[in-house]
Design a protein around this ligand. Sequence first.
Ligand SMILES: CC(C)(COP(=O)(O)OP(=O)(O)OC[C@H]1O[C@@H](n2cnc3c(N)ncnc32)[C@H](O)[C@@H]1OP(=O)(O)O)[C@@H](O)C(=O)NCCC(=O)NCCS
Length: 177
Amino acid sequence: MITLTDPPTLVAPTAAVRATYLVGEMADMKDRGASTEWLAVASRDFDAFVAERIGVRERWGVPSEVFWFVSGDFYLGSLVIRHRLIADQGGGHIGYHVVSPWQGQGHATEMLRQALVKVGALGISPALLTVSPVNHASRRVVEKNGGVPDGINHEGEQRFWVPTPASSSAPSPAVAV
Ligand SMILES: CC(C)(COP(=O)(O)OP(=O)(O)OC[C@H]1O[C@@H](n2cnc3c(N)ncnc32)[C@H](O)[C@@H]1OP(=O)(O)O)[C@@H](O)C(=O)NCCC(=O)NCCS
């Protein structure tokens, strides 16, 4: 196991982790049997690839921001924060993945914890997360961050309300977000 010397942190996408991003995502794509063609494009002009991902942008019709989870030179995973829910609330406020070489080491749990601080600072309280019923790892990540289940959505995903630091009281599905 590689020992990380710096605590991993959510940061804006950065070309400083080019090599570990490309290798980590390639390993993850191969493990999932997914195409790596987009990585060929990214590797040809990584600065442009990063530039397209920095800052708040319109994605899924709502303002959203991408972060990378980074420790020193190591890229561990990605996370997106939607500043508003899309119309049908699909996908919730936060989506994430940890690339396969770094899974099972608590990184997703910590990454979501840090994201909830950012989401709370946006005034979102509580945050909505949606998880496939067969994604036991992600369910644990959400539960360990205080997620409270609230039924299944139209996509068959389990909904969770997760408290953010801005919400000191227990999360309530009745809270408008
Ligand atoms: C889901 C995912 C983010 C978890 O990342 P991770 O860094 O491995 O998660 P953590 O190390 O923080 O582990 C969280 C919990 O999941 C459990 N877990 C990890 N892998 C697991 C697996 N394959 N099956 C069941 N539980 C698993 C861990 O044991 C831990 O629970 P515990 O504390 O009760 O032991 C990662 O597997 C991933 O990126 N998957 C693909 C994309 C995805 O599913 N994203 C989430 C969409 S909602």
